[in-house]
Design a protein. Structure first.
Length: 563
């Protein structure tokens, strides 16, 4: 991947500006507040509307400031404040930072970030949603009983009936009044429509080479819709059917069932005093046998548009996180942007002082550098894969951690199963025993890297697509791996992409795996880079008996390029 200004600047911000971490809470920035020439910045954790109410924006930083200052706001309490809405957030945070007053013109920098630790959108029974109107089938809206059955149950003599002219053969009892007593009885189910593990937008600016430069990026993790996990870079646009219950006809109140109309007056006079007995003795057993009628489902729509970025001719950059829209039964309940950060570099003086020291030559980027380029973490677990009876663990750390020991832990036990030393280029690797078979394919078989308080995200061992080897030689890159069976039928192509920046990638090649799922592909290495990051995707059948397919991805894998 080319050494773009965005990635260089991202690393510079990560190490020099001490960005806020969204996790257990919002951590205050250590640097003193200050103002820089004409840099402007602001941040918002969550912005939009819920249930059509006026604009919701619970946490902001430096929103009213004319110049950028160091501020931070939010935390777990801000997330808890949303509990009265169909939202549940663990933490909301917004922060801005600017280098202290007196910083040399060519060293000025600002950073704004806003986002949330996790967010869940729920369909609640208490939501003011107009549910679909229930329609009971016509054949269940009445009960027909032979007249003889009714009179026999009441002990009425046939001689008495013989005195009444125009007797009907059957009596049809109308159930609509009783049905009205149980409708509407459908409510929205208490289910999670959508959840996101984390979403943060970053926008920054600094002086570089005598000019003011801006950058922006957004990070999103663990997106699920009705419990199904989806790729974080995907556009989500799904229509969901929510079960709103049943009309339980067996629970009808038989006392609400009247005598049939249009009967001979003499028969009505005979039966009216005995209506209660008819209801309990004749009709009740028939009502109990009536089937339940499912109520019309409530349709929910979930749309998630990936992060976006806009710039203006005046040097203002706005970075937004994902845009989430959720509707139920045609009514919009959530329309929010998950994180927003803005910076402006208009008029900033980035003049390099005449006596400035010469710029040190740039250190060539390594695969480890690229693994850290799009995250605020200083420690990343790059891949976890089974190698025979062992588990191979690959990772990357900030170069400043070179020489430190990394502890590699298994989530199922919390114990350290291997250690590794961080190399000078930031890379590390180790092997660990294969976990017991009973947890090997479960979510408990996850691994995490740690150095002191620095921790990586955890990675799952069992995945449907893995890269077993990646190498570069003579301007060519070779990647080998396997798609875990069952494959799609017919076999689906594998798409190989190369990351160009934290938000952009290009398709390098499409090819098919072997029948057993193995693959090996060789492509030209980029000419203008010292390292590159590749990722692959395809679709697979969920089970051997199912023809339904779902997408699967490898983890991003970096490689140092050699000539």
């Amino acid at each position: 991947m080319p050494s773009t200004p965005l990635l260089r600047l991202r690393r510079r911000v990560r190490t020099a500006l001490l960005p806020v971490a969204l996790g257990a809470g919002l951590v205050a920035l250590a640097a003193p507040a200050g103002a820089s020439a004409a840099f402007q910045c602001d941040a918002s954790a969550l912005r939009g509307s819920v249930l059509g109410a006026p604009a919701l924006e619970p946490v902001t930083a430096n929103r009213t400031g004319t110049v950028c200052t160091s501020q931070s706001a939010g935390g777990a309490a801000a997330g808890a404040a949303l509990s009265a809405l169909p939202l549940n957030a663990s933490v909301l945070g917004a922060s801005t930072y600017v280098t202290p007053a007196g910083t040399a013109n060519d060293k000025q920098a600002v950073l704004a970030q806003g986002g949330l630790g996790s967010l869940t959108v729920k369909a609640l029974p208490t939501l003011p949603i107009a549910l679909p109107t229930a329609t009971i089938p016509a054949n269940l809206q009445s009960i027909t009983v032979p007249l003889g059955t009714v009179t026999s149950a009441l002990g009425i003599s046939p001689l008495v009936l013989a005195l009444i002219p125009g007797l009907p053969a059957n009596l049809t009892f109308d159930l609509t009044a009783a049905i009205d007593g149980i409708l509407p009885n459908g409510q929205l189910p208490n289910v999670d429509l959508f959840s996101v593990g984390a979403a943060t937008a970053y926008a920054g600016a600094n002086c570089s080479g005598g000019r003011a430069r801006t950058f922006g990026l957004a990070q999103t993790a663990d997106i699920t819709v009705l419990g199904q996990q989806l790729p974080t870079e995907a556009i989500v646009d799904q229509t969901l059917d929510l079960d709103t219950g049943k009309a339980i006809l067996s629970s009808l109140d038989v006392t609400e069932i009247p005598l049939p109309t249009g009967l001979p007056a003499a028969l009505t006079s005979l039966l009216s005093p005995l209506l209660s007995t008819i209801q309990t003795v004749v009709l009740k057993p028939l009502v109990v046998a009536l089937p339940d009628v499912p109520l019309p489902v409530a349709v929910a729509e979930v749309k998630l548009t990936p992060s976006s970025q806009s710039t203006s001719a005046t040097g203002r950059l706005v970075q937004q996180g994902p845009h989430l829209q959720v509707s139920v039964a045609g009514q919009r309940i959530v329309d929010v942007v998950l994180g927003e950060a803005t910076v402006s570099a208009s008029g900033v003086d980035c003049t390099v002082p005449a006596a400035a020291a010469p710029v040190e030559p740039a250190v060539p980027e390594s695969a480890a550098d690229l693994a850290l380029a799009c995250t605020s973490r200083r420690l990343v677990l790059v891949d976890v894969l089974q190698k025979g009876r062992r588990v191979k663990l690959l990772g990357a750390a900030d170069r400043k951690l070179a020489g430190r020991t990394v502890a590699l832990r298994l989530a199922a036990t919390g114990r350290t199963v291997a250690t590794a030393k961080v190399a000078t280029d930031g890379s590390f690797s180790a092997t660990a025993p294969l976990p017991p078979a009973r947890i090997r394919g479960t979510n408990r078989a996850r691994y995490q890297a740690a150095i002191g308080r620095e921790k990586s995200l955890d990675l799952k061992l069992a995945r449907r697509m893995v890269v077993s080897a990646v190498s570069a030689r003579g301007g060519r890159v070779t990647i080998a791996g396997r798609v875990i069976l069952p494959l799609a039928s017919p076999r689906a192509n594998i798409t190989l992409t190369r990351r160009l920046s934290c938000r952009r990638s290009e398709v390098v090649k499409r090819f098919r795996p072997a029948a057993d799922g193995t693959f090996k592909v060789t492509v030209d290495a980029p000419d203008d880079a010292t390292a590159a990051v590749y990722r692959m995707s395809t679709v697979v059948r969920r089970t051997t008996r199912s023809h339904t397919t779902s997408p699967t991805y490898t983890l991003p894998r970096g490689v140092n390029l050699t000539r």
